[in-house]
Ligand binder design. Sequence first.
Ligand code: IMP
Length: 422
Amino acid sequence: MSSTVVIGTQWGDEGKGKIVDYFSKDAEFVVRFQGGNNAGHTIVVDEEVYKLHIVPSGVIQGKKGVIGNGCVIDPLVLTEEIKMLEDRGVPLNLFISDRAHVIMPYHKLLDGAEERVRGSGKIGTTKRGIGPCYSDKIARRGIRIGDLLSEKRLRNRLQRILPSKKELFSIFQIDEPLHVDDLVMEYLDIGKDLKPYVRDTALLLDQAFNDQKKVLFEGAQGTMLDVDFGTYPFTTSSHVIAGGVCSGAGVGPNKIGSVVGIVKAYTTRVGEGPMPTELSDEVGHHLQKKGHEFGTTTSRPRRCGWLDLMVVKHACMLSGVTHLAITKLDVLNGLDKVKICTGYNLDGKKLDGFPSAIEDVSIVEPVYEEFDGWDDFEKPESLEDLPSQAQSYLSFVESFLGVPIHVVSTGPKRDETFVIDS
Ligand code: IMP
């Protein structure tokens, strides 16, 4: 099978950018199928650091990048990212779905206003307009990338949409102008810049599969932020799990080959919502500092805790994960003891699966397995180069999940990675 899907198994920020970069070596196409510029992927090549939010990270390798219909695109961010890559001499082979939805300025304002109104119940969104844009898509009042190529279409859509936005602005007391003419002018201009990249990307990918090309699907966020299976309502608004590829890129399920689940060696979360293994002690602080756990997109500090295999097991089940990639193992170096959560108790009973109600997630009691820690290690090139305690940690993860570990990442650089052939 010529396709691989890479997904995050936790709350995002698992280090997907680096692993996608690694897997895209063999791919001709690298495809984003959900999310928008709420994501942030960091790729380090030699001394160069690239931070991407919407352009698929595989383009750094000179691959064909596809932004699928399931994504929401802020064209201002996209054009800036395109310019940054061009300025840095990265050849850009980019294809944008004409069906992807456009994040408009009113989406960003409404995202902020809705959060304000939620008060202490806020989600902690990235305020990039993601939720309001997906809401409009589902409510069938969105603007799609293809609409930016036709003045008539764009004007028609905006004339239909803006009256209700004006009402919302007044309810939320947003004192910003909303004029059809201004938006048409600004967004048609952007449409002109984007036009060379706009395509029916489902057709493009169908041809790629027919031609036996290798395709890599690059997930953004992580399973616990999936709108159906995550810690709802503290989730994002898209389908983050591997099944999201089908609707978000226009690809049949029979085209999905292997599914790589990225597992950070501990757990992090940004934004609000419960996280059962969160540590607010010295160890949590150590993980945050050593792991540089500050958001690529919002610079917010990430909450840190022990690896939670209830979470990762849930992700493996939902996405049919066939291989694991463990990231940031080195961040655990130097700890005296390390723990892994292997189950949850709720009201004295052991749970079989991850609870659907957020109230239950907030009060579950994690059950831990404790392991001896290990000292710093020098760039390991195989499993055998790791301290025996780190090997035990990994082999426990593998046997608990029943999924083989294929890649281990022990630092941010490309060469701080080794592969386990199984
Ligand atoms: P939104 O996607 O901006 O609506 O934010 C919803 C929730 O998802 C918030 O808790 C965000 O912090 C979280 N979130 C969104 N994108 C990412 C990501 O790429 N990594 C980690 N968390 C994210």
